[in-house]
Design a protein around this ligand. Structure first.
Ligand SMILES: *Cc1c(COP(=O)(O)O)cnc(C)c1O
Length: 464
């Protein structure tokens, strides 16, 4: 083991050194991957040197998500304390189903969940779990919503048509999960959003009433805290009375931006959160832990037991059962995803988490200010969001993002709302500085001035 750790350290040291000089790894077209890299497996073992070389080659060829040139998805950076926690969880290799197999790790997981529940403002009756990704915490929420709507579905299977409500800007895991749950993709109602990408309460209410009239059972209202493209927050407070009136489970999908719960300054974006039934967020997005670290919090822990316990019913629960998190999880064997978050939280305190969140909004303000004050740019997103959507010189953003990628310049992606496409810059890496953000724009502008062949966006209103 010690030799393996030394090898790890050599590779890590080389990578860090190279990353400081070279922010983007060389682009490898997918159809050339197997020609460029020796990835195939063979009968005979490699020599130690050959093996080290193979590992190093792979590591150096991998996309660099920790550098200030990566803005492609809703994660980035490399928080060293969280990485340390993750490395320890790999070394310990506990599995989170029982106290017997996980021991202290159960306490770690429970501490994180308890503290988040407290911050939400929930009582001791609340609880939660970790799953491997925000899609799956959303899935668990939908299952609880389904089981609450019709108690016997768990045993009999789906026998009544249910509906799910989510905004047109919400994540694609919602329709996928609806198919997994037996609710069906066609029973997902996409509620229109206002000019800032937020679900319109009145539209929601009308749709629910129409569905009830047509014999459907409304089962879940999914609200998004940080929509994938615009980073918009659905108005929880305005929607709760509707949810209560029709007794519909309300979940907040905060995978992207639910971590604002840690910020006194931005927590207002989640106003009303204490009134919902479940809430999920990804610490591997805003908090910056390694992937994956996805939390699901549930106001009434009975619902979690009711949907996910295997044999034991909630009534027969003993203290040991509460310490066996396998009773409330989706999986059986489960990684210790809590440790990386706990390690970071323990070291920087809740105030440190707050600083991480606030920093991202500060960087977003820098980026928005830049876009607003430079006439070659057009802003398509809004304040109080860490997604900055813009177009530059009327260029086609899809092509621009692809060219930046294939020319090893920047990793950033494009988004599309209501027929407009634009570059989506996310200031999710709290390790970036103001200069890194300004550098992003400089790099983009230099690239465009050196690539005159880029095409202009097709105008939506062009005459034929
Ligand atoms: C990222 C994201 C998800 C999915 O989370 P994964 O961990 O990638 O599965 C769900 N909802 C929203 C709003 C997201 O941004």
């Amino acid at each position: 083991m010690e030799k393996a750790l030394q090898l790890f350290q050599r590779i890590a040291k080389d990578l860090l050194e190279d990353e400081s000089k070279k922010r983007v790894s060389d682009y490898i077209p997918s159809d050339e991957l197997y020609n460029k890299l020796d990835l195939e497996l063979q009968q005979d073992p490699l020599s130690k040197e050959e093996f080290e070389e193979a590992l190093k080659e792979l590591v150096f060829a991998s996309p660099r998500t920790a550098t200030p040139a990566f803005f492609n998805q809703l994660f980035g950076g490399r928080n060293e304390t969280a990485v340390l926690g993750e490395l320890l969880s790999v070394l310990l290799n506990n599995s989170m189903y029982t106290y017997k197999a996980a021991g202290a790790a159960v306490g770690v997981e429970k501490s994180v969940l308890r503290e988040v529940c407290k911050i939400i403002g929930w009582s001791e009756k609340s609880d939660g779990t970790f799953a491997s990704g925000g899609s799956l915490t959303n899935f668990m929420a939908m299952i609880m919503a389904r089981d609450t709507t019709l108690q016997d579905v768990k045993r009999r299977g789906m026998h009544a048509p249910m509906t799910v409500y989510t905004s047109e800007g919400s994540h694609y895991s919602i329709p996928k999960n609806a198919s997994f749950c037996g609710i069906g993709r066609d029973q997902v109602r996409y509620i229109p959003t206002d000019e800032k990408g937020r679900m319109i309460p009145e539209e929601l209410k009308n749709q629910i009433e129409a569905d009830i009239d047509n014999g459907y059972l409304p089962s879940l209202i999914n609200l998004t805290a940080g929509t994938t493209v615009l980073g918009a927050f659905d108005p929880i407070e305005k929607i709760l009375p509707i949810a209560r009136n029709y007794k519909i489970w309300t979940h907040v999908d905060g995978a992207y931006c639910g971590s604002v719960i840690f910020s006194r300054r931005y927590r207002h974006l989640l106003n009303g959160i204490e009134g919902v039934d479940s809430f999920s967020f990804n610490a591997h997005k805003m908090i910056g832990t390694p992937l994956t670290c996805s939390l699901l919090l549930v106001k009434d822990s009975f619902r979690l037991f009711d949907s996910f316990s295997n044999e034991a019913s909630y009534l027969y629960q003993t203290e040991t059962m509460q310490m066996n998190p396998g009773q409330t999880s989706l999986q059986c064997g489960r990684r210790n995803d809590a440790l990386k978050f706990w390690a970071l939280w323990k070291s920087v305190g809740t105030k440190g988490l707050e600083r991480i969140v606030d920093k991202q909004f500060e960087l977003a303000d820098v980026a928005r200010e830049y876009v607003r004050s430079h006439p070659d740019y057009e802003l398509h997103s809004f304040d109080n969001s860490i997604s900055i959507c813009f177009s530059y010189k009327g260029l086609d953003s899809k092509e621009l993002c692809r060219e930046l990628y294939e020319n090893n310049t920047l990793l950033v992606s494009y988004g599309e709302v209501k027929g407009q496409n634009f570059v989506r810059l996310v200031t999710i890496n709290a390790q970036n500085t103001k200069n890194d953000i300004l550098d992003f724009f400089r790099t983009l502008e230099e690239f465009v001035s050196g690539h005159s062949g880029l095409t202009k966006k097709k105008s939506l209103f062009s005459s034929h």
